[in-house]
Unconditional design. Structure first.
Lengths: 332, 82, 249
């Protein structure tokens, strides 16, 4: 199988300790392991043929290792993570199955397999659509117009599309980049420009490990002055150098005098698995909701309590206008 | 419609029984019409809330609800249509 | 390259540069539609199809004309596609019932009562930089209790490239002090009252019109709305030109 390949591993009814053991086993054997759910994993095998062998060979090795770790897992191999997962869930424990055409495989399956809201499923049923194939056959534009982008993304899944980024939970690795400048930098704009190279390097290291930075530590070495340390939280966590540089620039703008800077050390203090927008394919609006809530929490930390709120109507007929609604802090 | 979480202190200006002006946040608005008036009483079994509400239209196009607290005599701007 | 290989390449590019970085051939028209927030009212004719991600727009007009009523419609439009909306509210005057009447889903709304201009700018920027919101609204508030829209200039760099649109609602301080060199220059929809609606010698409502970004909206192309009763949501009367044609025929 050439092109993108995902190997999905499913252990039914996995306890928390077993989940951890399986995760460790998979991480020990494969470069990119993502967690889908308790006992369910998606491993990106793209480009590993030469190093590890053909996917079915890799899969048999994984079956054996998992058995030694105490679990009979099911393995599905497919071009797209969603297809691989569905396949694994329908494969008996201790066995593996592979498909090369995701759309054909999904077509006869029931719509219950798709991540769709119940009311969308009901509406599709009213239209006489019951299988994934029925759903996939709808024109993309019509699905988008009628149901919106969340269902349109599920529609793409049904067609076996979207290679998808795998959610990685790689072990933390120290990311630290240094720079030294012969001529001292005295202006903020110059410093931001000079930091670009270091930030690009950090982005590349984060990308290799499938991570996004949550906290940066920037240490500026200065002539005739103590080093300046800047601790920056990045919310939501980001990997793109533009976002990281923007955050550092704002931090530098908060300081009046940067002095004469001759070098820097930029480190990632905290990171978490990177989540591309594509992760929304598994939980359609989950990623955006989480990022909105993360931003709300950040603003609450910055601006205090009683500032970031969500209203709820409690009595639409209230005669005193202020009693019609209650306001609650946004925490989730 | 705006509903102020904290109503703004307001003063009404009367001229021979007619409401002619509204003072809010240091600005005076000429009142050209009292569009509605009503009374709200609530929680009568406790301390009680008693308010006289007016919807006013001003010369500069502001349409707003003010209320007079019948217990304290103070007036407050609570809502602005928009 | 097979279709899955192409899909993967697209996914990789979108992950790097943002969703819809690539217009898919003949689908580029729909691509703009996917990014826009149409309200389904005549306002869309004035805004060119709705607010767009990564772009700012201002609603400017006198007090009590109807800016918020239409702003709520834009919020509802953003939420219809599943999006979350951040509403920055320095004057702490968002009326949830009025919002609901205009179709807003309170579950998908985050209200930030950032009282100072600096806090409001911070909240707006953070919301735009986040990938969690589809629309960020800054309601600068009434003239007597709000912030100046000029104070939002620091927010602009965060707009471009954001998956969210930015809507600034601001009162037109006509007749009052207007800075000769405003720092904030935004595409603006101007709101103007057309007439008061009177019944039995009492004012019960009014009509207003909305013109597009300056210089683009001759009188007959403006959108007309009516507020039929106090506290009611604005209703769409169509385009001024459309009404004139209907009256003539």
């Amino acid at each position: 199988m050439t092109g993108p390949v995902t190997l999905a591993v499913v252990a039914r009814d996995a306890s928390a300790p077993l989940h951890e053991r399986l995760l460790a086993t998979l991480r020990g054997a494969l470069p990119r392991v993502g967690v889908l759910a308790p006992g369910a994993f998606a491993c990106d095998l793209a480009g590993t043929d030469r190093l590890l062998g053909a996917p079915p060979v890799v899969a048999r090795r994984i079956l054996a290792r998992c058995e030694r770790a105490g679990a009979f897992v099911s393995i599905g191999i497919a071009p797209a993570p969603f297809v691989a997962r569905v396949l694994a869930e329908r494969t008996p424990p201790g066995e593996l199955r592979a498909v090369s055409d995701g759309q054909s495989y999904l077509a006869p399956l029931s719509l219950d397999t798709m991540p769709l809201e119940e009311k969308v499923r009901d509406e599709l049923a009213l239209l006489g659509l019951r299988t994934i194939g029925d759903f996939a056959a709808l024109p993309r534009a019509a699905v988008f117009d009628r149901f919106g982008s969340a269902v349109a993304r599920a529609h793409a899944l049904a067609r076996g599309e979207y290679g998808d980024l795998v959610r990685a939970d790689a072990p933390p690795r120290r990311i630290l980049v240094r720079r030294v400048w012969d001529d001292a930098i005295v202006s903020r704009e110059q410093l931001v420009f000079a930091l670009r190279g270091a930030v690009d390097e950090v982005e590349a290291l984060l990308a290799t490990d499938g991570l996004a930075a949550l906290r940066l530590d920037l240490r500026l070495v200065r002539e005739g002055a103590a080093p300046l340390r800047i601790d920056r939280t990045i919310l939501p966590p980001a990997r793109e150098s533009a976002a990281l540089l923007r955050s550092l620039r704002w931090a530098l703008e908060e300081r009046d005098d940067l002095g004469h800077v001759t070098g820097c050390a930029l480190g990632v203090v905290e990171a978490e698995p990177a989540r591309g927008r594509q992760i929304g394919l598994f939980a359609p609006d989950g990623a955006r909701w989480e990022e909105a809530i993360a931003t709300a929490r950040y603003l609450r930390a910055k601006l205090g309590e009683g500032v970031v709120l969500r209203p709820r109507v409690v009595d639409a007929e209230a005669r005193l206008p202020e009693r019609a609604t209650e306001w609650v802090e946004v925490t989730r | 419609m705006r509903l102020f979480a904290e109503p703004l202190p307001a003063r009404l200006v009367w001229d021979e029984g007619d409401l002619v002006g509204l003072l809010v946040a240091g600005q005076r608005h000429t009142v050209v019409e009292t569009m509605r008036r009503w009374r709200v009483e609530a929680d009568w079994w406790k301390d009680g809330v008693a308010r006289d509400y007016l919807t006013l239209r001003t010369a500069d196009g502001l349409v707003c609800d003010v209320y007079g607290d019948r217990r304290t005599g103070a007036w407050w701007l609570q809502r602005v249509m928009d | 390259m097979g279709s899955t290989g192409l899909a993967r390449a697209i996914a990789r590019i979108e992950g790097r540069y943002g969703m819809h970085a690539l217009a898919r051939g003949g689908a580029s028209e729909r691509h703009r539609d996917e990014l826009a927030l149409p309200t389904g009212t005549s306002l869309d004719l004035v805004t060119g199809g709705g607010l767009a991600a990564g772009e700012p727009l201002a609603f400017v007009g006198p007090a009590s004309v109807g800016k918020l009523s239409l702003a709520f419609r834009v919020v509802a439009a953003a939420q219809r596609t599943g999006g979350m909306v951040a509403w920055i509210d320095p004057s702490a005057s968002l009326d949830p019932l009025a919002a609901v009447r205009s179709g807003v889903d309170l579950e998908r709304l985050v209200v930030v009562r950032a009282r100072s201009a600096g806090a409001a700018a911070l909240a707006a920027s953070a919301s735009l930089r986040s990938e969690g919101f589809r629309l960020v609204v800054v309601d600068t508030g009434p003239a007597f209790a709000g912030i100046g829209s000029d104070e939002l200039a620091p927010v602009l760099p965060s707009v471009r490239g954001s998956p969210a649109a930015l809507l600034v609602v601001s009162e037109d301080r006509r007749g009052g002090y207007a800075p000769s060199n405003p720092r904030l220059v935004l595409p603006t929809c101007t709101f103007e009252r057309v007439s008061w609606e009177r019944r039995f010698e009492r004012t019960v409502g009014w009509t207003f019109e909305v013109g597009g970004p300056r210089g683009h909206s001759p009188l007959d192309k403006r959108a007309l709305f009516a507020v039929p009763a106090l506290g009611a949501a604005a209703t769409d009367l169509g385009r001024r030109a459309g009404l004139a044609e209907a009256a003539a025929s």
